[in-house]
Every structure is written in C-alpha cells, then in structure tokens.
Design a protein around this ligand. Structure first.
Ligand code: NAD
Length: 328
C-alpha cells in the first residue's frame, strides 16, 4: 500500500528527472495518425509524441465533460497549437467518434491518407448497477465501443487499399477484471478487446496490426478516484511510448493486450484449466459436475493451457467428443 506521503516523495523525485528520451530511430515521417480524444489526458500525450516523431496528426476531440455532456473546440485546438509550435504538423477535428467517417475525412482532406489510428476517446458514467439508467448504459457504449467501431470502420478501406495500418485501441483493467460501479464501462471496454482481436485476424493479410492497451494514468478521468499527488505523478507520458511502438512499422505483434502505466508494461493472456471431460453416452447430471467442480477450476494440476485462438479453444471440446466416442 502506497501512502499519500510516498506519492509526494515520488513526485518530487520525478521533477528532478530529465524528460523521457525520444526514440531516435522509431520515427513516423510521411505517416498520418488519427488520435481520438486527443484534446486532453492520455490522447494529448499520444498526439504530442507522434507529432514530435514526424507524424502528421489529426487531433480529434469533442471537448465535452468527463460524463459526456457539451462540446468545446478549444480542447482539440490547444493540442494542435502545441504540436505546430513544436514544429510538427496537426489539424483539429471536433466531431464525436460516433461520427467516425467525419474524423477520417479530416485526415484524408488535410493529409491525403491515414496510417495510424489510436482509438482513445472516452467518458465515464459510473453508477452501481442498481442505479444505472439506460441512458448511462447507452452513452458509454456509444462513445467507447460504437465510437471505436465507427472510426475504425471508416479508416479500414484506406488501410486495406494501401496494405498498411497500425491500430491501437483502448480497453481498461476494469474491462478485464470488472469493477464496482462500472458495469457499462467494463462491458464497453471488453467489447473493444473482442473487436480488436477479430480485426487483428482479418487485417493480417493486409499488414494491418491491431493491439489493445489497458492504460493507467493521472487524468481528469482518474482525478475523481486518485489522490491529487498520484494524478500528478502518474503521467500519461509513461503510457505514450508504448502507443508509439504499437503504432510503428517495427511492431511485431498483433491481437495482443497490454497493461501499461507508471513506466511499467506487461502483456496479458488467457489461461484455461485442463478441464474435465464427462461421458457423452449418458445424460450429464448437474450433480456429476458438482462432484468434479474442484477439478474444473484447477489451474495447478499441470494441465492448464493458454489458448491463443478460437480454433485452439474448440479443439478441446471436439477432442472430448472424439475421446469419449473411442472410449465408448
Ligand atoms: P480524459 O477524460 O482525460 O480524456 C478523454 C478525452 O476524450 C477527452 O479529451 C474528451 O473530451 C474526449 N472525448 C470524450 N467523448 C468523446 C467523443 N464522443 N468524441 C471525441 N472525443 C471525446 O481521459 P483519459 O484518462 O485520458 O482516458 C483516455 C482513454 O483511456 C479512455 O478511453 C479511457 O477509458 C481509457 N482509460 C484511462 C485510464 C486512466 O487511468 N486514465 C484507465 C483505463 C482506461
């Protein structure tokens, strides 16, 4: 458990450190990147980094509140200004990601192409499930899951045609593990992971790579749950270099999910227990399952695996059928 005092110390030490080194070789000259929700927080850090590494950037941001109300062009404009003043190229787009085709149209009109798409825009409508309204549910699905779908769908034909694309989508640890008060958000975030895993498969033959991140950083989104010192210390700059790497030609992986924050990066995969194959030549009783339950959920018997595809997952199911038929 880290105390508030620890955070203050960490912040003081962070102030003395030099800035993150900028990769000398991993550049994006001649490439065009769309970053959604880039008017603040994590998206801003991604846009600034990609812009400083030579990419032409579309800074998309609706400029609404953290719960998704209102709009303000200044959010995107300020970040475009920052990139341009630092010698980079950027244009603003103020549409909601729900109107993905308009976001992509801005890239095509301004720069003639799109190579990189970082789907990052997001809002929160946290409520315990008992208090959650349809409006809370729908708006969060629309911005996160449908927004990611719409912008990706609009960019896809350009990526396919040029046989090149890098997509970084944003999930959350909350989607992977669940969290009290975030049923709408965790559903949308895990939906984004499913979407990304499938387009990673469909994009492979077109050299389109798609990965998912579950980031953690101090932003206005986390300011309501983190102490101020922590918000200040856990800079989005610790996340941005992973996004740049996943957006680069040299990224070797697709369809993976990474937890990232505070300068720490890890890959998450799914583990499946060895399972229990029940006989199929007689009715399977719930009591039989109860009797073997400890074995169903046993990951420590040396038979657990890490399936990496739906095919691999199904093999065990068909395998049981064949094994039981042979045994019978
Ligand atoms: P943030 O609120 O600082 O930034 C989100 C940005 O998205 C805002 O600038 C907002 O105006 C913009 N936006 C909201 N709705 C939009 C819409 N419909 N169209 C276009 N832009 C819109 O939050 P953040 O912490 O930087 O979050 C960025 C992403 O990372 C989100 O998808 C969030 O769910 C995810 N995330 C963040 C954390 C964290 O620790 N900060 C943790 C897990 C996931």
């Amino acid at each position: 458990n880290i105390t508030d005092t620890d955070w203050v110390g960490l912040l003081e030490r962070a102030k003395e450190l030099p800035g993150n080194p900028k990769g000398a070789d991993l550049r994006f000259d001649g490439q065009v990147a769309i970053v959604t929700g880039a008017g603040g927080g994590l998206g801003r850090a991604y846009a600034l980094l990609l812009g400083s590494l030579g990419a032409s950037v579309v800074v998309n941001d609706l400029g609404g509140s953290a719960v998704g109300s209102g709009s303000d062009k200044r959010a995107a404009d300020v970040v475009v200004d920052e990139i341009v003043r630092a010698g980079g190229k950027a244009v603003a787009n103020y549409d909601s990601v729900e109107e993905g085709e308009k976001v992509v149209e801005t890239a095509i009109k301004a720069f003639g192409r799109v190579d990189i798409l970082v789907n990052n825009a997001g809002i929160l409508r946290d409520k315990s499930f008992v208090r959650m309204t349809d409006a809370d549910w729908d708006l969060v699905q629309r911005v996160h899951l449908r927004g990611t779908y719409k912008v990706t769908k609009a960019a896809w034909p350009y990526l396919v045609k040029q046989k090149y694309g890098r997509i970084v989508n944003t999930a959350s640890a909350v989607g992977l593990y669940g969290n009290f008060g975030q049923a709408n958000y965790s559903a949308a975030k895990l939906g984004i992971l499913g979407l990304t895993n499938t387009i990673a498969l469909e994009g492979r033959k077109y050299n389109i790579i798609a990965n998912t991140i579950a980031p953690n950083a101090g932003t206005r989104m986390t300011a309501t749950i983190m102490p101020p010192e922590m918000v200040e210390a856990l800079k989005p700059d610790y996340v941005a270099p992973l996004v740049a790497f996943l957006a680069h030609n040299e990224c070797p992986d697709s369809g993976k999910v990474f937890e990232v924050g505070s300068g720490w990066i890890a890959n998450v995969r799914r583990q499946r227990s060895g399972g229990v194959g029940f006989p199929i030549d007689r009715p399977l009783a719930p009591e039989s399952i109860a009797a073997k339950w400890a074995q169903v959920i046993d990951f420590e018997d040396g038979r657990a695996t890490y399936p990496t595809s739906a095919q691999e997952s199904l093999q065990s199911i068909y395998g049981n059928y064949l094994a039981q038929q042979e045994a019978g």
